[in-house]
Design a binder for this molecule. Structure first.
Ligand code: BEZ
Length: 211
């Protein structure tokens, strides 16, 4: 069954380019991004993995560990890494799960048989410190993902986990945020001392509280 927001992300043990990993132990109480790609030695995937490798510092700033997956074997992952470095200039600095028997792919519903019986789609799971699923994305093989969007969502998830706010369309870290409708005006004055603008009774905007 598909994983839904709020579900516990399944734990697993898998062979990876960084050795055998027991997911919960590896993740600890960090945030995690688990993402799949369809096949090794393919062009879009090459650009994606190099891009993620180049964002190492950005993920670390967000206390987030990254782990990739495809159903290709470990030796293919290892051979492909040098191509990724050649093309993108980035050394792959996160583990890639080799899942040839599809154990993890099935646990996370990463194979969509009406597209391919064998290859994983481009899934992204953001998993919180509590091991619960906070975001899912599913892209087809033909469309490379925007990993700036993954970072943007992490910023929103981490902010909204801490404050009674939500983030509006196209929000970027540092922009104004929305006071949750469940917070009364009186409470909002206490919680958000910088004040808020009331555009509608249900739409109140305040400066980002942790800036
Ligand atoms: C790619 O990464 O370029 C790709 C992978 C599988 C199917 C199509 C494209």
């Amino acid at each position: 069954m598909a994983l839904r927001l709020g579900d516990l992300a399944p734990d697993f043990t898998a062979d990876t380019t960084h050795g055998s990993i027991e997911f919960y132990t590896w993740k600890g109480d960090s945030w995690a991004v688990l993402f799949s790609h369809p096949r090794d030695f393919t062009p879009v995937c090459t650009t994606e993995l190099g891009t993620v490798a180049g964002l190492k510092a950005a993920f670390e700033q967000r206390n987030t560990k990254v782990i990739g997956l495809s159903v290709d074997p470990l030796d293919a992952h290892q051979r492909w890494e040098s191509d990724i470095q050649d093309v993108t200039g980035n050394i792959v600095n996160f583990p890639m799960i080799a899942d040839p028997d599809r154990t993890v792919a099935m646990l996370y519903d990463m194979i969509h048989p009406n597209v391919s019986e064998t290859a994983t789609v481009r899934s992204v799971f953001i998993i919180g410190p509590d091991h619960k699923v906070k975001l899912t994305l599913t892209y087809p093989a033909s469309t490379g993902r925007n990993f700036q969007e993954v970072l943007r969502v992490l910023d929103s998830l981490q902010l909204t986990a801490q404050y009674a706010v939500a983030t509006p369309a196209n929000w970027q870290d540092g922009d104004d945020v929305i006071v949750l409708p469940s917070v009364s005006d009186d409470e909002a004055r206490t919680r958000f001392p910088k004040g808020f603008a009331k555009h509608k009774p249900y739409l109140r905007v305040t400066p980002q509280p942790n800036k």
